[in-house]
Design a protein around this ligand. Structure first.
Ligand SMILES: *Cc1c(COP(=O)(O)O)cnc(C)c1O
Length: 397
């Protein structure tokens, strides 16, 4: 592991266990593990396999390329994909038996064309904008869209298997928009069924609604963040409140440690000056690796925390492109090669992705999902038959 001075160690057994927990919580609803964005930075294919081993029966991805990558790796579960522009490779998705979201008439036309080109029936989920104001058809356009979809179904070009939507305020379960969106959703489902759709799945819940709002579960829940052991509702408690275990540990070796005098400026712009004689450590991770520059440390504002030799230390000065500096303290005896844990599950007293989110003024989603492609992912544990249960090198994702 010394060919790169940092890595994200991903515990695939934690992912499986988290999905098992979510499945028990959501049952009888099924679980679609959302593995978009390289499984929130955890590595697409190994994470997807671990989620399936934990009992997910569906996988969800934003991009067509992500769905095709899963199929190319031999993943056979149902997959739904939902973000594409005109001209996307829908024929390849349909040929690969990937379910496709349909948010508008142009998308339906392209899916029908792809179905004719491949000679297969495309499985579609009609996306309704129940109030998020992002993807999906507005209720006023739904009548026309459903008529066209069911006409295409009568021809055998498509099968309308799902109606789905997404919540704006799922992380505030009592927010009035949640109930209002559910009512619009129920109307959309009724309309589709009245027109003759025989839906396999109605789905609305992300992690927050899966964890906090059983009324939103319907037939299928779509957790993403919780699969990786993080909580979208930190105000209600940590991951352990829901029996979740963070799967990623970001660690590095110090590439340098040195004693400097008091009053020494540190990193670009000298926004941090050593208050006393102290030992500075250098870590080979920077903003090109997804370390937020907002996690920089000044005497006024503590930088993001990390753990060295069982102690908590903080980023000193500005985060650079490839590296950052940490103030190890005046009595530190750390040397180059010693291990630094930036964040992990917290089980050994290390900071968590949530701690980093707070330090950088963002959410834990961003801390893990933005982790750069340059950082090796090292997968440990995981389903037998997936390269064996021993540590498997994930490579740069
Ligand atoms: C990302 C995403 C999810 C998962 O959201 P989490 O908050 O991570 O659980 C579910 N549905 C859609 C449409 C998404 O884009």
């Amino acid at each position: 592991m010394s060919d790169y001075p940092a890595r994200a160690v991903v515990d695939l057994d934690a992912i499986s266990a988290n999905v098992r927990t979510l499945r028990d919580l959501a049952s009888p609803a099924a679980v679609m593990a959302v593995v978009k964005a390289d499984a929130y930075g955890h590595g697409l294919v190994p994470s997807a396999r671990a989620a399936l081993a934990g009992g997910a029966t569906w996988l969800g991805v934003a991009q067509a390329t992500e769905a095709l990558e899963l199929r190319a790796a031999g993943v056979q579960s149902r997959i739904l994909t939902w973000l594409y522009a005109p001209g996307a490779p829908l024929d390849r998705l349909v040929a690969a038996d990937v379910d496709v979201s349909v948010p508008a008439g142009w998308a339906l036309l392209e899916v029908v064309e792809a179905a004719r080109a491949t000679g297969r029936t495309a499985r579609i989920h009609v996306k309704v904008d129940t109030g998020l104001g992002r993807g999906g058809a507005l209720p006023r356009d739904l009548d026309t869209l459903l008529d066209a979809a069911l006409a295409a179904q009568a021809e055998g070009a498509v099968s309308v298997v799902g109606v789905w939507s997404h919540l704006a305020w799922a992380d505030a379960p009592d927010h009035p928009t949640v109930l209002a969106q559910a009512q619009v959703f129920d109307d959309a489902v009724r309309l589709a069924e009245r027109k003759g759709a025989r839906l396999e799945v109605r789905h609305l819940a992300n992690s927050a609604a899966t964890l906090t709002n059983p009324a939103m579960h319907y037939d299928l829940v779509r957790p993403g963040l919780a699969v990786y052991g993080l909580t979208p509702v930190p105000q209600l408690g940590g991951p352990d409140r829901y029996g979740l275990v963070p799967a990623m540990r970001l660690e590095a070796e110090l590439v340098l440690a040195k004693l400097v005098p008091a009053g020494h400026g540190v990193s670009y712009g000298h926004v941090y000056t050593t208050p006393t004689q102290t030992v500075l450590g250098v870590v080979g991770l920077g903003y090109a690796d997804g370390i937020p520059r907002h996690a920089s440390g000044t005497p006024e504002r503590a930088g993001a925390p990390m753990q060295v030799g069982g102690r908590r230390v903080g980023i000193a000065g500005r985060v650079c492109m490839d590296q950052l500096v940490v103030d190890l303290g005046p009595d530190a005896d750390d040397v180059a090669g010693d291990r630094v844990v930036l964040f992990g599950s917290g089980a050994d007293g290390e900071p968590t992705a949530e701690d980093w989110a707070e330090a950088a003024g963002t959410i834990s989603y961003e801390i893990v999902a933005r982790l750069g492609a340059r950082v090796p992912r090292v997968h440990v544990g995981g389903p037998v038959g997936d390269g064996g249960p021993a540590a498997a090198r994930g490579g740069a994702a």
